[in-house]
Design a binder for this molecule. Structure first.
Ligand SMILES: C[S@@+](CC[C@H](N)C(=O)[O-])C[C@H]1O[C@@H](n2cnc3c(N)ncnc32)[C@H](O)[C@@H]1O
Length: 206
């Protein structure tokens, strides 16, 4: 299986904090204040559940379909919510083929779209976009294309590590934000982290 995060699920958060000084997490929290109080959320590739826990605490009425293809990541996420029995989270071990047939008010993709090759990214973006209602919100955090030497060095290290441990499908970071969100969406916010190598953005479908 490609993009198999099972092996590194227990150390993923620790490693990302170590290398990116907490910016992976900070970027995901940047635009949570834009979430509606009620509604349906599709959260793709959410990982071990750090952000999920924050959302369920702040927005207990949201109905969230939380899809991750790693059963280890889903199991960690379930444990994170153990003290919140009233949450409305539907955990799904799966991928974009397992998205429930519904229209969402919000889509969240944090460090998820960067996993895919350009050809699959086109398909996945279309698939997700088709499930988002007009005026729906899409929160995304991810890497920008490496421009500086140190960003290129980090990208090389990151992909070498992820090729071996997860079989990551993509070979480099593509221009996700510019290519997929600048047309067809209204920008509600954009913040950079980690010397502009990481971004958090909020887009509203028009
Ligand atoms: C780089 S991690 C990001 C985790 C989390 N969003 C974060 O930023 O901390 C990518 C996550 O996407 C999941 N994943 C990979 N391919 C997937 C797919 N096709 N559908 C759903 N989840 C997938 C992995 O299991 C992993 O949990």
């Amino acid at each position: 299986m490609v993009n198999d995060y099972n092996a590194i699920a227990p150390i993923y958060t620790f490693l990302s904090k170590l290398v990116f000084f907490g910016c992976i997490q900070k970027s995901q929290e940047e635009f949570l204040s834009l979430l509606p109080v009620k509604g349906k959320v599709l959260f793709m590739g959410g990982g071990g559940g750090n952000t999920l826990k924050i959302i369920t605490q702040k927005y207990p009425l949201l109905h969230i379909d939380y899809i991750d293809q790693s059963e280890k990541m889903i199991s960690l996420s379930r444990k994170r919510l153990i003290n919140e029995p009233n949450h409305h989270v539907n955990f799904i071990v799966g991928n974009e083929n397992n998205i429930p047939d519904t229209n969402y008010d919000v889509i969240m993709t944090f460090f998820y779209l960067d996993l895919f090759s350009p050809k699959n990214l086109d398909l996945i973006h279309k698939t997700l976009n088709n499930t988002l209602s007009v005026n729906g919100l899409w929160l995304i955090s991810d890497f920008n294309q490496a421009k500086k030497w140190w960003q290129k060095a980090i990208e090389l290290m990151m992909f070498s590590f992820l090729k071996i441990t997860t079989g990551i499908e993509s070979n480099s970071i593509s221009a996700i934000r510019e290519s997929y969100f600048e047309p067809g969406f209204r920008k509600k916010g954009l913040t950079y982290f980690y010397g502009k190598y990481i971004f958090a953005a909020a887009y509203q479908k028009v």
